[in-house]
Design a protein around this ligand. Structure first.
Ligand code: UT7
Length: 319
């Protein structure tokens, strides 16, 4: 993407929240029901356990409520709700409608489906809405992949799980915190990872792995170039939490040390739309980010989509 126009009305994240279901499924639990092992899953993916349960709407309401409280804003002042999800509770209406009502919002609400890249797609859309006049957008990324996983398929059941992360994106004076962004898709690769309506996830794991590293690096480089920054300026990378080996291969190619990554994978598994916000906001809650830090978000997913952004962290609560 070209550099942001200097005249664009800027936005910043002023509040965030996370939500995970209570039920923990460990690798040992999976070992008991399919031909796999804790050792194999840890070594090949970096995942130790994952959370499952709840609906996309209920998890979204939980993370959204926390983000609104963190920002200290009245729900009635939100101008738009964007819910990134690959697992809506119903085909119609959009799950964002249920969440809008559940949170007591009085605004437009719509779903975005760009698979695991969805939260970063949503961040670009939220900034776009603010550029054309919205004051506050609630952006939520939620997936309940446990509902579409075949729990007898060791190829997918070990990876995917449920969770939600949310951010309040507000208009600010000046350029705002989004310095560069990129979104991409290659529909010719749709058969590598798909789920028919009412069906289960099917995945060519090896080929997804191979392409993932390439498209993450490509997208990250585009966002860095658009923002006029280099990898040395980046304080933290928040990659899509799919597989620790994908993350480390992409970081190596980008020349970014693993010590700069935000990781939640071991405890959450792959939560698709929730993956980036869960890792990002856990790092923020742990005090790993200070205002002014540059954060590189980079995701990939079914579609095959990719998305990245360079964001200046603005810190807790309202600026
Ligand atoms: O959001 C995007 C979502 N998708 C992804 O990010 C998926 C990307 N791909 C991956 O993460 C990896 O390809 C997997 C984790 C899915 C698989 O890891 P891999 O290193 O590519 O394993 P593999 O498919 O090459 O299989 C290696 C061996 C095979 O056995 P043989 O033929 O060497 O005897 C598999 O049958 O491991 C076996 N295997 C397993 N063993 C124990 C495959 N899955 C499992 C399993 N437990 N769950």
């Amino acid at each position: 993407m070209p550099p942001l126009p200097s005249s664009a009305r800027g936005a910043a994240i002023t509040g965030w929240g996370r939500a995970l279901p209570d039920t923990v499924v460990t690798n040992a639990d999976l070992e008991a029901r399919m031909d796999t092992s804790d050792e194999w899953i840890r070594e090949r993916t970096g995942i130790a356990e994952r959370r499952i349960g709840g609906s996309t709407a209920s998890l979204s309401i939980e993370s959204g409520r926390r983000a609104l409280a963190c920002a200290g804003v009245d729900p009635a002042s939100i101008d738009a709700l964007i819910l990134s999800t690959t697992t809506p509770d119903r085909t119609v209406p959009a799950t964002s409608a249920t969440v809008q009502h559940g949170l007591g919002l009085r605004c437009g609400a719509f779903d975005v489906n760009a698979a695991c890249s969805g939260f970063v797609y949503g961040l670009a859309v939220a900034n776009g809405l603010i550029a054309i006049g919205a004051e506050r957008v609630l952006l939520i990324g939620t997936d309940t992949l446990s509902r579409i996983v075949d729990w007898t398929d060791r190829n997918t059941a070990i990876l995917f799980a449920d969770g939600s992360g949310a951010a309040v994106v507000e208009a600010v004076g000046g350029r705002g915190s989004l310095l560069g962004w990129d979104i991409d898709a290659d529909g010719s690769a749709e058969d590598l990872l798909f789920c028919e309506v009412g069906g289960h996830l099917h995945m060519d794991g090896k080929e997804v792995f191979r392409r993932a590293v390439r498209i993450m690096v490509d997208s990250a480089e585009k966002s860095l170039a658009a923002s006029g920054t280099s990898v040395d300026d980046i304080a933290m990378v928040v990659p899509h939490q799919a597989n620790i080996r994908i993350i480390s291969a992409a970081c190596e190619r980008l020349g970014i040390p693993m010590s700069k990554t935000a990781l939640a994978l071991a405890e959450t598994g792959n939560t698709s739309s929730a993956s980036i916000p869960l890792a990002w906001f856990a790092a923020a809650d742990d005090g790993r980010l200070v205002p002014g830090d540059l954060v590189l978000l980079v995701g990939f997913g079914a579609g095959m989509t990719a998305a990245s952004a360079v964001v200046r962290w603005t810190g807790a609560g309202r600026p």
